[in-house]
Write a protein that binds this ligand. Structure first.
Ligand SMILES: Cc1ncc(C[n+]2csc(CCOP(=O)(O)OP(=O)(O)O)c2C)c(N)n1
Ligand SMILES: [Mg+2]
Length: 539
């Protein structure tokens, strides 16, 4: 292909199924915008680079392919750093193309002359500067392959402005989508044996099950080996919430299991750092590097997760002389699950004034279709979502992941509407979280991307306010304006919305939102004192 650096870059990315970029303009990146126009890739321009980068990561999460942010030199790139870090924590194949000051003039003090590579180098799987236009296809292709190689993650390539405007003739490499390695069969057998001989096994499936395309193998594994299954992150929906072996409310039972199988998610704070009472831990990971170093005595087959899970299924008949029945254990978990779900009913239907946050979910859950995309950005309000929203299909739940960065909301919502034009898209947004990205409703309006935004308006940074009170007996820097009219902000930006003060008004307001042709914000005034019950509260 002959073309300028922007054209060579976009043609290489398009080979991987990329159909759009997220960006905010700057002279350093004009050639990439020009290339998108010429090659008919959609350009979604936003109001802050963090939204562009979260949206690109969101596309990766929703479509299981590279998502691309094009950020201008200097502040454009540095504004994207928290979103790049989020992608690194999430193992998302985000590709960031950065503008960069002129190479020929480097050191003479050009505008925004910042070397981004050392800044993002510690975060991204790879970070490099392109020296010449002819190097673009090879370097961009290598970066994308790195991003897509399990364990996946974000990559960064910046292109100096003089290189970006230059042209070259270069071959476009054939796109390669790498798979994980074949696992060590003896470790797979050992994992299957432990599960078969356990009397109280549990399994937790996380994001890499989705990234690896292993949800069908997960279903075969839990059904054949009869393992009760929990999910987290993008693992949600990998086993439908109404599957007979799917559980969510009785996670405390993990502490009384005798074998816990963790699939495709790290043994981190979300999973009590991999310590589950006296249980043996089996950790199925997508690559050697994903094994946990901090937990002793773990059986950890590494490689393609479908191969590992199917390997456990085929091992089932041969690895154990004395398989134990799990049926009693499954029945006891089901009983506990039902009891906890019934106990939640009272909160889901709470008719209090002011509104209890759980009531919002009581209204929302009946209105969601099975393939609705639900996004959470906030503190306590989103913890309620995590507990009360059930997912039925993979790729339908978007939380910020273990980096816990507020501000993902508008970017993820934008990505969801771009990826799924016909589905329900609902963003559950804390009033604090709203401040990080609400201006990007303007971007949704300009690009014709309607979504429903439900703000849990408790007038404070709830997930910090209540713990601080517990620690010090008082709180500071934890209050926001009570009843702030975020719905009017959205109206001013060309969307629509309303304020809701009574529980009985929530449902109809959400219905109006779901029918709206423009972004719609349902601003629900919540009880400022409703505390989310959790054991560890420091977020
Ligand atoms: C970028 C960023 N800044 C600060 C925090 C710390 N933090 C975690 S939750 C939270 C409160 C969120 O408040 P809000 O969105 O209003 O939700 P609420 O807890 O009130 O429901 C804060 C400040 C964070 N996680 N990310
Ligand atoms: Mg709040």
């Amino acid at each position: 292909m002959n073309g300028h650096s922007g054209e060579l870059t976009m043609a290489t990315l398009a080979g991987y199924g990329v159909r759009e970029i997220f960006t905010l303009s700057g002279g350093h990146i004009f050639p990439f915008l020009d290339a998108c126009v010429k090659q008919e890739l959609a350009i979604y321009d936003v109001r802050h680079e963090q939204t562009a980068t979260f949206a690109a990561e969101g596309i990766a999460k929703l479509c299981r392919r590279p998502g691309v942010a094009v950020l201008t030199a200097g502040p454009g790139v540095t504004n994207g750093v928290s979103a790049m870090t989020t992608a690194a924590f999430n193992g998302s194949p985000l590709v960031v193309i950065g503008g960069r000051a002129s190479q020929a003039r480097w050191g003479s003090g050009s505008l925004q002359e910042l070397d981004h590579v050392p800044i993002v180098g510690s975060i991204m799987k790879s970070a490099a500067t392109v020296p010449a236009a002819a190097d673009i296809p090879k370097m961009v292709n290598e970066a994308v392959t790195t991003a897509l190689t399990p364990h996946r993650g974000p990559v960064f390539v910046d292109v100096p402005i003089d290189v970006a405007f230059a042209s070259a003739t270069a071959d476009l490499p054939a796109p390669v989508v790498p798979r994980g390695d074949a696992p060590d069969p003896s470790l797979v057998d050992e994992a299957a044996r432990l599960v078969q001989e356990a009397s109280r096994p549990c399994l937790i499936a996380g994001s890499d099950v989705w990234w690896d395309g292993a949800w069908e193998a997960l279903g075969r594994c839990v059904e054949t080996l009869r393992i009760p299954c929990f999910v987290n992150g993008l693992g949600r929906g990998c086993l439908p919430a109404d599957h007979k072996l799917a559980f969510s409310r009785c996670r405390s039972s993990l502490q009384s299991a005798d074998v816990v199988v963790v699939v495709g998610t790290p043994l981190d704070f979300r999973l009590s750092f991999g310590r589950f009472g006296a249980a043996r831990v089996v950790h199925l990971v997508d690559s050697d590097a994903s094994r946990a170093g901090h937990v002793p005595d773990v059986v950890s087959p590494a490689g393609d997760l479908s191969q590992i899970l199917d390997g456990m299924v085929s091992a089932a008949g041969r690895v154990s002389a004395a398989p134990a029945s799990h049926e009693e254990w499954i029945a006891s978990l089901r009983e506990l699950e039902q009891a906890r779900r019934s106990a939640d009913e009272e909160l889901l239907q709470a008719d209090t004034d002011p509104i209890h946050p759980a009531r919002v979910y009581g209204e929302l859950r009946h209105r969601l279709e099975r393939d609705a995309v639900v996004i959470g950005d906030g503190g306590d309000f989103v913890s309620w979502a995590g507990r009360l929203v059930d997912s039925y299909q993979p790729g339908c739940w978007m939380d910020p992941g273990p980096y816990g960065c507020l501000g993902t909301g508008l970017g993820y919502a934008m990505a969801a509407r771009v990826a799924h034009p016909g589905r329900q898209v609902v963003l559950m947004l804390g009033d604090g979280a709203a401040g990080f990205s609400l201006m990007d409703v303007d971007s949704l309006v300009r690009h014709g991307l309607p979504v429903v935004i439900v703000v849990g308006n408790n007038g404070n940074w709830g997930l910090e306010k209540h713990p601080m009170r517990r620690v010090y007996g008082y709180d500071v820097a934890a209050d926001l304006q009570p009843e702030c009219r975020y719905d009017e902000v959205v109206r001013a930006l060309g969307g629509a919305g309303e304020l809701v003060r009574a529980p009985s008004e929530i449902g109809a307001a959400i219905d109006r939102g779901l029918k709206s042709a423009v972004p719609y914000l349902v601003n629900v005034v919540l009880d400022p004192d409703a505390v989310y019950p959790r054991s560890s509260n420091l977020g």
